[in-house]
Design a binder for this molecule. Structure first.
Ligand code: GDP
Length: 520
């Protein structure tokens, strides 16, 4: 949605890096953001630091030069994901927080993958090093396995040991951010043009009306500007900075609260300054209409794609066939390229059977109906009788206006579809021949294994005359006087079942396990 033209080379000026903090829950993202804010906020006056607008700027000295860094103060990667999904790139650098006592955890990797997918360089903050159990070199070793090789081991990623509690390492962390930005990115913007950027957070304030925190990405936002933010519009009545001061303008990379919008935009919505209020209203109305149409289209069509996924899940089909239509050859190519990078393993394939520029036509729908393909419309719509025909022939047309929207949805669906399907595999059967009661172990079944094996901790069911009486698992298994992990066919054993003691002589204990079902 951004205009591409940012003016001439000589109009570009250096701007601060914009940083997001990501990582596993409880590894200290909030605490770290807070500690950095307290020690380095640009005009760190006592009154100011209680104000939070969802982003702030800090200042640090690197090689005797004052450098600023903008932090997006919404920990977790929801904000990041929301913005990425809307196609707005808001972050230059990600700080990956890893607690030195816990080490790398699932959400650490998830966060890392988000950053890598968005092509954002990562600085690792090894947090909680004040703790006795901290093991910062373990964290380095673990992340090396995921491709983040520390500089000190000859890699390219800066790792900094920090403590959000004792506040050690904070300056080094800020320095690492600046150095990483200098090495990997060309962070410049034209401050003289009309402002463009992204909304980070927005809400309705009782006294002040809609309030949006925006990050200016290029140009300078000024009081009095006519602005469109997502489907909202208005004229900037006031700008409030990260320490609660009213400011007349905001240059690139500066976060500010905007007052004066007529409604509340969404997090991740882009904003831009336009010529006048009337233009702002027209653009906002159009966006609103587009949003409604897309929502309707998505709602109406969801069912059939779900049906297809269901078929895939049942193994009735192994291929997701797509027809891509887009507004330009470039966008179709980009979409196809992005789709080709979705990793769905080798059980399922994704195949583009036709592609083209322009509206979705009856010919496209006929092909989709004949082949069972789904049509993806990227910034284009169905034309003439194509919609009607699609409804009639049960063809699914999906509309998207950002590539990530399409990719994320298809990827999510395919991944969901690929969740393993388990089936039961019988391990063995044993007949109960005697029953003992022990005060310690409870009711023990003296059994003869008739087929297969009995295995400790395996799932088990009790059958009486072929009828299932109980489903539980094997709590203990003994062979002679010793604990056993497995007892085979033809051997005697003693079995206790978890939470089940109503055993009869002649009952059958059947053991089984759930195995991943091979897809045929
Ligand atoms: P988040 O879920 O990643 O935002 O984690 P929080 O910032 O809420 O921190 C989780 C817990 O770890 C809190 O109890 C913090 O006080 C604690 N914590 C965070 N950073 C440090 C640190 O550097 N050292 C120690 N000892 N505790 C920390």
């Amino acid at each position: 949605e951004f205009g591409e033209d940012e003016g001439d080379e000589e109009d570009l000026e250096a701007r601060p890096a914009v940083v997001t903090v990501m990582g596993h829950v409880d590894h200290g993202k909030t605490k770290l953001l807070d500690a950095i804010r307290r020690s380095n906020v640009v005009a760190g006056e006592a009154g100011g630091i209680t104000q939070t607008i969802g982003a702030y700027q800090v200042s640090t000295e690197v090689d005797d030069v004052e450098r600023r860094i903008t932090f997006i103060d919404t920990p977790g990667h929801e904000a990041f994901t929301a913005m990425r999904a809307r196609g707005a790139k808001s972050t230059d650098i990600a700080i990956l927080v890893v607690a030195a006592d816990d080490g790398v955890m699932p959400q650490t990797i998830e966060a890392l993958n988000h950053a890598l997918a968005a092509d954002v360089p990562v600085v690792v903050a090894v947090n909680k090093i004040d703790k006795e159990t901290a093991d910062p070199s373990k964290v380095r070793g673990q992340l090396t396995e995921y491709g983040l090789v520390p500089e000190e081991y000859g890699g390219e990623t800066m790792f900094v040991d920090v403590s959000a509690v004792s506040r050690q390492g904070l300056d080094e962390l800020l320095e690492a951010v600046v150095l990483t930005a200098d090495a990997a990115l060309d962070l410049r913007a034209n401050p003289t043009m009309d402002a463009q950027g992204v909304a980070i957070e927005a809400h309705l304030d009782k006294g002040r009306g809609p309030v949006a925190t925006v990050l200016v990405q290029r140009g300078t936002l000024k009081v009095g500007d006519s602005i469109v933010a997502g489907p909202a519009h208005g004229r900037v009545r006031a700008l409030v900075n990260d320490i609660g001061e009213h400011v007349p303008e905001a240059p690139p990379s500066m976060p500010v609260q905007v007052l004066g919008l007529t409604s509340v935009p969404g997090a991740g919505d882009s904003f831009l300054v336009v010529a006048d209020d009337r233009t702002a209203r027209q653009i906002a109305d159009q966006r609103e209409a587009r949003k409604r149409a897309a929502a309707q289209a998505a709602g109406a069509r969801r069912k059939t794609l779900d049906q297809l996924f269901e078929q895939l899940e049942k193994g009735e089909t192994q291929e997701l066939l797509l027809i891509l239509k887009g507004d330009s050859a470039g966008s179709v190519e980009a979409l196809e390229e992005a789709l080709s990078k979705i990793d769905v393993g080798d059980e399922v394939s994704l195949r583009v059977i036709d592609r083209g520029v322009g509206a979705i036509t009856e010919t496209n729908v006929s092909l989709a109906a004949a082949s069972g393909a789904v049509i993806i419309g990227y910034n284009v719509r169905a034309q003439g009788k194509a919609t009607e025909q699609a409804d009639r022939e049960n063809v699914d047309i999906r509309y998207y206006s950002v590539i990530y929207g399409a990719i994320d949805e298809i990827e999510a669906a395919l991944k969901g579809m690929l969740k393993p399907i388990y089936e039961e595999a019988q391990l063995g059967q044993a007949e109960i021949r005697e029953i003992f009661r022990s005060s310690k172990a409870g009711t023990i079944a003296g059994c003869m294994v008739l087929s297969g094996i009995m295995r400790r901790n395996a799932k088990a069911r009790l059958l009486r005359d072929g009828v299932v009486i109980a489903e539980t698992d094997i709590n203990s298994l003994r062979r002679e006087k010793d604990d056993a992990t497995e007892v085979r066919e033809g051997y005697e054993c003693g079995i206790t079942l978890t939470n089940y003691s109503d055993l009869h002589i002649g009952d059958i204990i059947e053991t089984f396990e759930m195995r991943e079902k091979p897809r045929t």
